[in-house]
Write a protein that binds this ligand. Structure first.
Ligand code: KIV
Ligand code: ZN
Length: 503
């Protein structure tokens, strides 16, 4: 099977995402993970863009082994010199030179005629070729470039020594059949095309980055440029995980493979999200938190009978862990009972039916029901979790130019304990006061608040997730006073943790 090369540009185009800026250490960490993932080429940055970019590319080239390390450069001597200085430390360096070829870019941005563009492109490739043997050339905005001119440019840069010719859909304008046809026509009309690998680089402005890349592969592209989580300029680039999994899942159609270790996909996505601070949308294909969750009762029932009824990929294959059946109001009794069984509960039919009724009521209030909630339903309603800590009263002061302070009175084994604390805000002060009573110091990993109904007098419902001694627990509380709701949610989670612990 032919191998499609995966060129990852998360650290270059991906880092151009609004809000995604990475420091050198973070880039290095991502580059190491990209090697573990098995990408063929890492575009580590644009060394001429800033001294920080130069240093990051240099550091990656010097220390990261196992992939080609590439630096981007305009067709300018300074750019190519600095790109070379950065990538030369790699055992396999590549310089990627680019120059716009569409009429609109040539006229308004570069103010150059076609012949000048060809001359400059050839010069850039030859100059880079004098430094490294692996040179890639991109005619920027290729998808909006006059085809006859594009063939001429490609032929000339291959003659000048380019070993990869990348066809960017710079502004995400192309549609799949058109882009596939463009790649096919390049193969048919550029006489020396066999001497270079055809690469594609698709932006996602119309949400077609992955589809365009796949269509290109079908028509002869041998390299795909992509990013983790689809990060990139504006609406981003084609997403690596989607391309790889599409090629893998539909090997029957494409008959192509990649060198990607699929089990590293989820880990890489999490790392990139964590370091860039750009969250992955829950319904994102392959790496979103819901990508392998099934909520509809019919789907859950089908899945439990035969996984492949509703699942085309296994979550474990991309390193996601086991499929998480999120229970919610559409879940049927079959899924609910199976989940309880897997949590280790052995209930008789009557108990199960009662627990299911309570679950349905809860699901009306709460969209996602986690394992702790199920445990709570069973333990609370059928066995009753003892409330080790019970909030008796709470008072706090807060305001502009006032240090927030809270006092809590908590009943612990029939003893009333009063504690006070200051904090960054009233909720923080309150949580610190509670910590003084319980003496467990949980880590707050998630806090959310919502109005249960509309209007100013709405109930505020707070949900927290705490990490207590390596275990995650959730808690919920509601009140028309949001600080009180926050305190109740926190104590609820601490009680669950204490109960789990004693169990
Ligand atoms: O989108 C684009 O055209 C680019 C080039 C530099 C390849 O990122
Ligand atoms: Zn791009």
């Amino acid at each position: 099977m032919e191998k499609i090369k995966i060129f990852d540009t998360t650290l270059r185009d991906g880092e151009q995402s609004p809000g995604a800026s990475l420091n050198g250490k973070e880039k290095l960490e991502i580059a190491r993970q990209l090697v573990a993932l098995g990408v063929d080429v890492i575009e580590a940055g644009f060394p001429a863009a800033s001294p920080g970019d130069f240093l990051a590319v240099k550091e990656i080239a010097s220390t990261v082994k196992g992939a080609i390390i590439c630096g981007l450069a305009r067709c300018k001597k300074e750019d190519i010199d600095i790109a070379y200085k950065a990538v030369k430390h790699s055992a396999r360096p590549r310089i990627h030179v680019f120059l716009a070829t569409s009429k609109i870019h040539m006229r308004y941005k570069l103010r150059k005629a076609e012949d000048e563009i060809i001359k400059l492109a050839v010069w850039g490739v030859k100059y880079a070729k004098g430094k490294v043997s692996d040179v890639e050339f991109s005619p920027e905005d290729a998808s909006r470039t006059d085809r006859r001119f594009l063939y001429r440019v490609i032929e000339a840069v291959i003659d000048a020594g380019a070993t990869t010719v990348n066809i960017p859909d710079t502004v995400g304008y192309a549609v799949p059949f058109e882009f596939g046809d463009l790649i096919g026509s390049i193969k048919a009309n550029v006489p020396n095309i066999k001497k270079a690998v055809i690469s594609v680089h698709c932006h996602n402005d119309l949400g077609l980055g992955v589809s365009n890349s796949l269509e290109a592969v079908k028509n002869g592209a041998g390299q795909v440029e992509c990013t983790i989580n689809g990060l990139g300029e504006r609406a981003g680039n084609a997403s690596l995980e989607e391309i790889v999994m599409a090629l893998d899942t539909r090997r029957d159609l494409f008959g192509k493979t990649t060198s990607i270790d699929k089990k590293e996909i989820y880990k890489t996505s999490r790392l990139v999200s964590k370091l860039t601070g750009i969250l992955v949308q829950p319904n994102k294909a392959i790496v979103g938190k819901n990508a392998f969750s099934h909520e509809a009762g019919i789907h859950q029932d089908g899945m439990l009978k035969m996984r492949t009824t509703y699942e085309i990929m296994k979550s474990e294959d991309v390193g996601f862990g086991k499929t998480r059946l999120v229970l919610g109001k559409h879940s049927g009794s079959h899924a609910f009972k199976e989940r309880l069984k897997s949590l280790g509960f052995h209930l008789n039919e009557k108990e199960l039916n009662r627990a299911f009724d309570i679950f349905k009521k809860l699901a009306d209030k709460k969209k996602e029901i986690y394992d702790e909630d199920l445990e709570t339903i069973v333990e609370d309603e059928l066995r009753t979790i003892p409330e080790l800590y019970k909030l008796e009263s709470l008072s706090f002061t807060s305001g502009t130019n006032v240090t927030p302070r809270a006092e809590v009175v908590i009943n612990v084994k029939k003893k009333r304990i009063r504690k006070t604390s200051t904090g960054d805000g009233p909720v923080d002060a309150c949580y610190k006061a509670i910590d003084k009573v319980t003496s467990v110091k949980p880590k707050l990993i998630d806090y959310s608040i919502r109005a249960v109904t509309g209007g100013k007098d709405a109930l505020g419902e707070v949900t927290v997730r705490l990490k207590v001694a390596a275990k995650e627990v959730s808690g919920r509380g509601s009140s028309t006073d949001i600080v009180e709701a926050s305190a109740k949610a926190y104590i609820d989670a601490v009680n669950k943790a204490a109960y789990k612990n004693r169990k």
